[in-house]
Design a binder for this molecule. Structure first.
Ligand code: HOZ
Length: 429
């Protein structure tokens, strides 16, 4: 594997971009390597500046569920571009995208489009505070909701990857308003609620966390949260930035049948362009300006080119059998991985839902953040490096998830399984 060009670009990047990247986890720091610089993507593959080809299971961290350069998305974007790139005024496409989200996701009555998942969670929390008149929120250790002040407390994703789950620069006053619970532990939530009566505006979580590695909700956990929130007049917010239109067309809430009050979106709904959204119950959403007094705005919100990519993506995903195929492919790969590792005697835990999957090097099931932190990160590093050398691009962190796309072929999956076999040898040596 040649890396000369990537190394040179990384050297150069570090002179003008902080750490050489524009989002920390991209720097490959936690896997002890230098990042590869990408030249292009096509279908399930990406190609770096040194001419190496990789099967891509990152998909731009989730958005590219149709793979790179899907013809329907490219055509929609080209058409939108020819009419103008931004107006800062309403366009019909925004209504179409909102209608598609409403139709797909059971709890959405009204939506606000923004530019990223981070912005979506910021908006949802402000709406929840404005609606309830309360200031405190409960989040779960290891859940990640974007790089926004109130939620960079025991945060997963790049924050955990780089050992900074609590960010400097976040005022203590914000931290004090964020109460921490343990994922999959209803008692930890009930205790916080009991200790802060009438003070909590919302409970926010990734219903299937993907930012501390992928973790599954145990039976009754999400329903239990719903009941606790109902009892105390607390809003339940599902952050489906990663899982929305990813685990299934209607997200986790449609699959598991638990309805939140508010939901945040990002990634897939922008089809590879910067789009986020938050929405839910009409009575809450109508608190937002210009109807209500909770202010939130954005120059590029509902951008016509980005929205066109989102509509095109959802229209392909809506077709029959798309999620069944995605799920079958992810399931096949996960099973293959489990059986290879079992034969080699290396303890592994895998989770999968639709087109999202993840694994931990651990003897025991991983139920929460503390469990995730106990997993074998050193072994992950070796595995990551081996897979990269075999032409398989995984997320460069033990605390992220992996993504299947409609573009991945049987041949890709078999090649990935072969790469695992080869890499396993290195783990055993
Ligand atoms: N927070 C993203 C993963 N969960 C990473 C974004 C990026 O580095 O592009």
């Amino acid at each position: 594997m040649k890396v000369q060009q990537s190394l040179q670009l990384f050297q150069r990047a570090q002179q003008s971009l902080v750490g050489g990247v524009n989002s920390p986890v991209r720097a490959f720091k936690s896997v002890g390597l230098s990042p590869i610089f990408i030249q292009k993507g096509q279908g399930s593959k990406i190609y770096d500046v040194d001419g190496n080809e990789y099967i891509d299971y990152v998909g731009s961290w989730g958005p590219l569920i149709l793979g790179h350069c899907h013809e329907t998305v490219i055509a929609a974007v080209e058409q939108a571009l020819s009419s103008g790139t931004s107006f800062g005024a309403p366009t019909e496409g925004e209504i179409v995208l909102a209608e598609m989200v409403k139709e797909a996701v059971p709890s959405i009555e009204m939506l606000r489009l923004v530019n990223s998942g981070s912005e979506a969670t910021l908006g949802a929390i402000r709406a929840a505070r404005g609606y309830t008149g309360r200031d405190k929120i409960i989040k779960f250790e290891g859940c990640y909701h974007g790089s926004i002040d109130p939620l960079l407390v025991q945060a997963g994703s790049g924050a955990t990857t780089l050992g900074k789950p609590d960010s400097d620069g976040v005022p203590q006053a914000f931290v004090d308003l964020t109460l921490l619970a343990e994922y999959n532990n209803l008692d930890s939530v009930a205790e916080l609620i009991d200790n802060h009566p009438q003070e909590i505006a919302a409970v926010i979580l990734e219903p299937v966390p993907g930012n501390m590695g992928m973790i599954m909700p145990e039976h009754g956990f999400l329903n239990g949260l719903r009941n606790l929130c109902d009892r105390e007049g607390i809003l339940l917010i599902f952050d489906e930035v990663m899982t929305g239109f990813r685990v299934g067309y209607g997200g986790v809430q449609a699959l598991l049948g638990v309805q939140p009050d508010l939901t945040t979106f990002g990634k897939v709904i922008g089809g590879g362009f910067p789009v986020g959204g938050y929405g839910g119950r009409q009575d809450i959403m109508l608190k937002i300006a210009p109807v209500g007094s909770v202010y939130q705005a954005g120059t590029l919100s509902g951008n016509p080119v980005a929205v066109a990519a989102g509509i095109a993506t959802l229209s392909v995903l809506k077709q029959e059998n798309v999620y069944a195929d995605l799920s079958e492919k992810s399931g096949w790969l996960v099973n293959e991985m489990k059986s290879l590792f079992q034969k080699a005697g290396i303890p592994l835990q895998c989770n999968q839902m639709g087109a999202m999957f993840g694994f931990f090097f651990s003897e025991t099931p991983v139920r929460n953040y503390q469990d995730a932190l106990q997993t074998d990160v050193e072994r992950f590093k070796v595995f990551f490096k081996g897979m990269l050398q075999e032409g398989i691009y995984l997320a460069p962190s033990a605390f992220e998830s992996l993504f299947m796309s409609t573009a991945h072929t049987e041949e890709d999956l078999e090649k990935t399984a072969r790469a695992m076999q080869i890499t396993l040898q290195q783990l055993c040596d």
